[in-house]
Ligand binder design. Structure first.
Ligand SMILES: [Zn+2]
Ligand SMILES: [Zn+2]
Length: 276
């Protein structure tokens, strides 16, 4: 087994309030860029922090690090944030927006030095809500992720297979009249964290572009209404490629990770550069 090929994750929780504001901007501009996050009296989240570490497996204990030790190291750090108003109670946010991107990077910096020899951080993932989270891998690049939803129909069918073979390969999904799903699409945008906004991309901009793109899929019959699937089966694998190509046109090469979930029993990932 290669060194560093096993990653373990311990989950932590904290509750905190925050707001985002650039002082030299007008209230209107702050609202435009930060949306509800510009409310000066703040709002809050039950944050979920996943700390992932890697390293060699100790031949005696069979562990990379004892989870109890990881808990002992991380808990006092997380407790500093718990039940606080981030902007007001913590010194870090006098000059930095308490966005999920900045918080993830900060947790990396606070935890990294405390780990014992031979144990290394792999990833920090911080969820503000079930749908909004950030990841940090220690390379200066922020990763902002959001989960979107759309509904669409399809029939799995390959013109390269006989009717009999289609039935065998796709089973129920080959149903002649089709069927449909509530799809979830997770979009991860990689970029340097903007010093002023603390973001990789303003959420309103990501929403506008992704939701605009999803109009091409939402309420559609994928294999009949979308040209891309005329010569290839409307599987989630091909759907990921379609989404990647579409979002690249709108957001450049910054979208390096996507995830599509067709039903609650499966999800499909498009990965580039990072192996998160
Ligand atoms: Zn918030
Ligand atoms: Zn299906």
């Amino acid at each position: 087994m290669n060194k560093n090929s096993v990653v373990l994750t311990r989950r932590f929780y904290f509750c905190a309030a925050h707001y985002y504001r650039v002082e030299e901007w007008s209230d209107e501009k702050n609202r435009e860029v930060f949306g509800i996050h510009s409310n000066p009296t703040g709002h809050g989240h039950n944050f979920v922090l996943d700390v992932s570490v890697k390293g060699e497996i100790d031949p005696v204990t069979g562990m990379i690090i004892n989870l109890t030790d990881l808990k002992r190291i991380v808990t006092p750090i997380v407790e500093r944030f718990d039940h606080t108003f981030l902007n007001k109670d913590l010194p870090y946010f006098q000059s930095m927006q308490p966005t999920v991107e900045n918080l993830s990077k900060l947790f990396w910096e606070l935890i990294e030095d405390k780990l014992p020899d031979g144990v290394f951080l792999h990833r920090i993932r911080l969820k503000a809500t079930e749908k909004v989270f950030a990841e940090y891998y220690g390379d200066g690049i922020g990763v902002f992720c959001k989960k979107y939803r759309f509904s669409a129909g399809h029939r799995l069918f390959s013109e390269k297979l006989s009717e009999e073979e289609n039935k065998k390969v796709y089973g129920k999904c080959n149903n002649f009249y089709g069927h449909g799903h509530n799809y979830y699409l997770k979009v991860c945008y990689f970029s340097e964290i903007d010093e002023k906004t603390g973001m990789t991309i303003p959420l309103s901009e990501l929403d506008r572009r992704v939701k605009g793109f999803l109009k091409t899929l939402s309420g559609k019959r994928l294999d009949k209404d979308i040209e891309f699937f005329k010569d290839k089966p409307a599987t989630s694998e091909n759907l990921l490629i379609f989404v990647k190509q579409g979002l690249s046109k709108l957001l450049g090469e910054n979208v390096k990770k996507l995830e599509i979930s067709e039903t609650r029993n499966n999800f499909f990932e498009y990965l580039e550069d990072k192996d998160g």
